[in-house]
Ligand binder design. Structure first.
Ligand code: NAD
Length: 416
C-alpha cells in the first residue's frame, strides 16, 4: 500500500492512473508509455526589471501525452510552480481532455515568479521571452497553451503576439485570448459555469433542491467567483468564500453582486460588510451541502479531512484534495467529485475557441453555453453510471474512463 500522506502531486496523479490501469487491465508496456511525459522543457527567462536589475526566472513546458490530439494545457505564474507540480498538472490535462471527449492531449506550463509583485511591463517581457523559448514546441496543431493561476487573457494576447513574430498570424496557438483577438464568448466564465453545471447534476442525484443548498467556496479568482455567481443566480446560498488573505461567512448567504463590486474596489474579499471574517481553515470546516476548493492544490489533506462538514466536496481547483485526504473523506461517507471532471469546462470552451479560430467563424454565447452544458452533463452521467455500476469512487470512475480512452487511442495507432 502506497504511503498516501507523503505523495507529491505527480505521485498522486500516477497513483490514480495506476489504479485505473489495474482495474482496466492495461498492458504494462502501454502503462509505461503513458505514465511518463512525452517531453519536458526547462528554460531560463532573463528579464530586465523596472529597477534596472536583470532577474532570471525558470519556466517549464511539459507535454504529457498527445495520443488523442495536440497537447493542451494552461500556463501558471506562481512562486511554487516547480517541475514536479507542472508535471502533475500536465498529466491531469491528459485525463481531463479524454474524460470530456475533446480531441486534445495534455500539457502544462509554469514560470516560477510572483506576478502580483511584477509590473505589466515586466510581465509582458517575461511572457514574450518565455513564448520565444518554447515557440518551437507549441503550435496550432502541436501544443496550445491557455491561462491558469496567475495568468489571464492579457498574458495570452502577449503569447499570441510573440509567437506571431516568428511564425505569422496564428490565433489558434493559444486559447483564453481577449475577444478582440479571437477569444471565445463565454471562455472567461467557462470553468465556473462547468462547476455549477456539475453541482446541479449532483444535487439532483442527492435529492438536494438547489434553492435550499448551501455552498462554501475557497478561492475567489476566476473559478471561485464565477462558480459562486452561477450558483447564486440559480438560487443557492453561497454562505462562505475566501481568497489568499482570508474568508467571509454569512449563514443567510452572501450578496454576490455587492461582494464582486467590493473585490473590484479593494482587491480582496476581506472587510466585506454583512459577513463575519473567518480563516481559510475555518472556511473548509463550515457545514454546507457543497464545499468547492477553488484555489491551489493540497487544500484538503490528512490533517483537516476529518473536520470537513460538507455533504460533498467538489474540486474546482486542480489536485485540491490529496489522496490521503480523500481516503479519510471516503471513510466518513463524504463523496468527492474530481477535478478532471468538475473543472473541465475551461478546457472545453478552449476547444471551442480553437475550433472557431481554425474555421475563422465565431460562435455566439448561446451556442458556446449549449455545447458546454451537453459535454459537462454527459461526462457527469458517464462517471455517475460507472460509480453506481462498479461501486467505486467518482475519481476512480473518471480516471478509468479517461485512461481507457487514451490507452485505446495508443493501441489503435500501433506501438513501435
Ligand atoms: P486565480 O488566480 O484566478 O484565483 C485563485 C484564487 O485563489 C484567488 O482568489 C487567490 O486569492 C486564492 N488563493 C491563492 N492562494 C490561496 C490560499 N493559500 N488559500 C486560499 N485562497 C488562495 O486562479 P483560477 O484560474 O481561479 O484557478 C484556481 C484553480 O482552478 C487552480 O487550481 C487552477 O489550476 C484551476 N483551474 C482553473 C481553470 C481556469 O479556467 N481558470 C480551469 C481549470 C482548473
Amino acid at each position: 500500500m502506497a504511503n498516501l500522506v507523503d505523495m507529491t502531486p505527480f505521485e498522486a496523479v500516477t497513483y490514480y492512473f495506476d489504479q485505473a490501469c489495474d482495474r482496466l487491465v492495461v498492458r504494462d508496456e502501454i502503462r509505461n508509455l503513458i505514465c511518463t511525459p512525452d517531453r519536458e522543457v526547462r528554460v531560463e527567462i532573463p528579464v530586465r526589471m523596472d529597477n534596472g536589475d536583470l532577474e532570471v526566472f525558470i519556466g517549464y513546458r511539459i507535454q504529457h501525452n498527445d495520443s488523442r490530439g495536440p497537447y493542451k494545457g494552461g500556463v501558471r505564474y506562481h512562486p511554487e510552480a516547480d517541475e514536479e507540480e507542472v508535471r502533475a498538472l500536465a498529466a491531469l490535462m491528459t485525463w481531463k481532455t479524454a474524460l470530456v471527449g475533446i480531441p486534445f492531449g495534455g500539457a502544462k506550463g509554469g514560470v516560477q515568479c510572483d506576478p502580483r509583485k511584477m509590473s505589466s511591463r515586466e510581465l509582458q517581457s517575461l511572457t514574450r521571452r518565455f513564448t520565444r523559448s518554447i515557440s518551437q514546441i507549441i503550435g496550432v496543431n502541436q501544443d496550445i497553451p491557455a491561462p491558469d493561476v496567475g495568468t489571464n487573457s492579457q498574458t495570452m494576447a502577449w503569447m499570441m503576439s510573440a509567437y506571431a513574430e516568428e511564425h505569422g498570424y496564428s490565433p489558434g496557438v493559444v486559447t483564453g485570448k481577449p475577444l478582440e483577438l479571437g477569444g471565445s464568448a463565454g471562455r472567461e466564465q467557462a470553468t465556473g459555469r462547468g462547476v455549477s453545471l456539475i453541482i446541479n447534476e449532483a444535487a439532483k442525484d442527492l435529492g438536494i433542491s438547489m434553492d435550499h443548498s448551501k455552498i462554501a467556496i475557497q478561492g475567489f479568482g476566476n473559478v471561485g467567483s464565477w462558480t459562486a455567481q452561477f450558483l447564486s443566480d440559480g438560487g443557492s446560498s453561497v454562505i462562505a468564500v475566501s481568497d489568499v488573505n482570508g474568508g467571509l461567512h454569512n449563514a443567510q448567504g452572501l450578496d454576490l453582486d455587492q461582494l464582486k463590486a467590493h473585490v473590484v474596489r479593494t482587491g480582496s474579499v476581506l472587510d466585506f460588510r454583512d459577513a463575519e471574517a473567518i480563516t481559510n481553515d475555518e472556511l473548509l470546516e463550515i457545514e454546507c451541502d457543497f464545499l468547492v476548493p477553488a484555489a491551489l492544490g493540497g487544500a484538503i489533506n490528512s490533517r483537516n479531512a476529518s473536520k470537513i462538514r460538507a455533504r460533498m466536496v467538489v474540486e474546482g481547483a486542480n489536485n485540491p484534495v490529496t489522496p490521503a485526504g480523500e481516503a479519510i473523506l471516503n471513510d466518513r461517507g463524504v463523496s468527492c467529485l474530481p477535478d478532471l471532471m468538475v473543472n473541465a469546462g475551461g478546457v472545453t470552451v478552449s476547444y471551442f475557441e480553437w475550433v472557431q479560430n481554425i474555421q475563422r467563424f465565431p460562435w455566439d454565447l448561446n451556442r458556446v453555453n449549449g455545447a458546454l452544458e451537453e459535454i459537462m452533463v454527459r461526462a457527469y452521467r458517464e462517471v455517475q453510471a460507472m460509480v453506481e455500476r462498479d461501486n467505486i469512487t467518482y475519481r476512480d470512475a473518471a480516471f478509468s474512463i479517461a485512461v481507457g480512452r487514451v490507452a485505446h487511442a495508443l493501441e489503435l495507432q500501433g506501438l513501435p
